[in-house]
Design a protein around this ligand. Structure first.
Ligand code: PLP
Length: 444
């Protein structure tokens, strides 16, 4: 009989002795403000598995928060980094430009769902890309108000904290926050009064914009096409399209924040494509660098060119080594059609997990698209969020050889973000183990 395939290999207690020792040093030398999600320390990783400093191997269902989509240490990305580092580590693009930056911008223009000519600026992080998108929209429109969504997460810098909704841990004690940011309801089909009527939910949000600000004051509306940290919330069909159409009618720049959902993760190159949205600007980061820190704003050329030379950019933005990694990662996505692979992964996840909605009263919903799937937990048959149960499940998963993240305003959602190169066997093994843990913990 064939030996069953096991990608996980747990050989010590979790955490093992080397992780325990590193945890002590972590407490001693690393700011307490830096979160430590898992009790194990990574030593190496490959594809969809991570091996810790004690030799335990875990299946990665987090991708370092949606970054390692082409797999951890993908050989093509590693080669590109090594070759570029040996050739050119840094000049600063605005001082002495280089071809690698332009090639990334060309590839971004090829894939963003924006009609007509597009241009880009490269930066270092998701928050920086959101900040720059806002700056560009303000400059282009000559207006200052920014409209954001309930449950939104856009980063940890001052402006993006103002744009993010959840106070703990992202905002508490860090004020005062940037002004001229207005929050309106997002569509949340499981919980809001509009259910699957996305057009009605959008009209409700638009009413709120008119009441709070007035359309002629708004520089930009920004929305995550599927909300990430907020709970993997998929808006009802028609919500994003109605909102973006209204923005276009009123000279408002529509920004799709694709930092988490972009680059093939949801079955399209960019998640807003599913809803037929044509954004003016796209903010992106995470998966685009294949693990290297690089981010971008890509948008309609007319908008991107409204900025005075030197008004956007920075010392490190579009560093040549990070650009080489991004080119390699984007080519891997193209060559392996990782957008289509994400849809196959969705089928595997739904086949394994969907019965939980019927079988486990605490599982309220399984939602998402492609390889961005969330499981929302509630207390019994009520709709009260059940963050405690999610904490227990998450603690068990690492013991069982899985790296999993949680999310949600109330911390009551398990999120699945596997590398898009995970094999069927690895994903089935991981999901089956997760399902067992959910069944056991829900009965405790
Ligand atoms: N926007 C979205 C939608 C995100 O999910 C994140 C990070 O999770 C950010 C912005 C901020 O990105 P970064 O952590 O790279 O600054």
């Amino acid at each position: 009989m064939a030996t069953p395939y096991h990608a996980r290999n747990i050989v010590t207690a979790i955490p093992g002795p080397n992780s325990v020792e590193l945890a002590e040093q972590h407490r001693r030398y690393v700011s307490a403000g830096v979160g430590q999600g898992k009790p194990v320390f990574a030593r190496s990783a490959s594809g969809a598995t991570i091996t810790d400093v004690d030799g335990n191997t875990f299946i990665d269902l987090a991708s370092g928060i949606a970054v390692a989509s082409v797999g951890n240490s993908a050989p093509e990305v590693v080669n590109a980094i090594q070759e570029e580092a040996a050739k050119l580590t840094h000049t600063n693009f605005a001082t002495t430009p280089y071809a690698e930056y332009i090639e990334v911008c060309r590839l971004l223009s090829k894939h963003v769902p924006i009609d007509g000519p597009t241009k880009s600026v490269l930066v270092n992080s998701g928050a920086e890309s959101v900040e720059n998108a806002v700056k560009i929209a303000r400059k282009y429109t000559g207006r200052s108000a920014i409209v954001v969504m309930e449950n939104a997460f856009h980063g940890r810098t001052n402006l993006t904290m103002a744009m993010t909704m959840k106070s703990m841990p992202y905002k508490r004690g860090f004020g005062s926050f940037a002004p001229d940011v207005y929050r309106v309801p997002f569509s949340y089909p499981l919980r809001d009064e509009f259910g699957m009527d996305g057009v009605a939910a959008a009209r409700h949000a638009i009413d709120s914009i008119e009441v709070q600000v007035g359309s002629d004051q708004v520089a930009a509306i920004i929305a995550e096409p599927i909300q990430g940290e907020g709970g993997f919330i998929v808006p009802a069909p028609g919500f994003l399209k109605t909102l973006s159409d209204w923005a276009h009618e009123h000279g408002i720049v529509y920004i799709s924040d694709e930092v988490q959902a972009g680059f093939c993760r949801t079955g399209d190159w960019f998640a807003c494509e599913h809803d037929g949205v044509r954004p003016d600007l796209v903010s992106m980061a995470k998966a685009m660098g294949g693990g290297m820190p690089i981010a971008a704003v890509t948008g309609r050329a007319e908008i991107m060119d409204a900025v005075q030379p030197g008004g956007i950019g920075g010392t490190y933005g579009g560093n040549p080594v990070a650009c080489a990694a991004a080119v390699a990662a984007i080519r891997l996505m193209e060559n392996h059609q990782l957008d289509k692979r994400a849809l196959e992964l969705e089928c595997i996840a739904r086949n394994t997990l969907s019965p939980l909605v019927e079988d486990v009263p605490a599982v309220a919903e399984i939602r998402g698209r492609g390889a961005m799937i969330g499981i929302e937990f509630v207390k019994g048959d009520s709709m009260e969020p059940n963050g405690d149960l999610v904490q227990r499940i998450a603690a068990r998963t690492v013991q069982e050889g899985l790296i999993i993240l949680t999310c949600g305003i109330h911390g009551n959602v398990i999120r699945l973000l596997p590398p898009l190169v995970i094999s069927d066997a690895e994903y089935v093994e991981a999901l089956s183990a997760l399902k067992e843990i959910i069944l056991e913990e829900s009965n405790n």
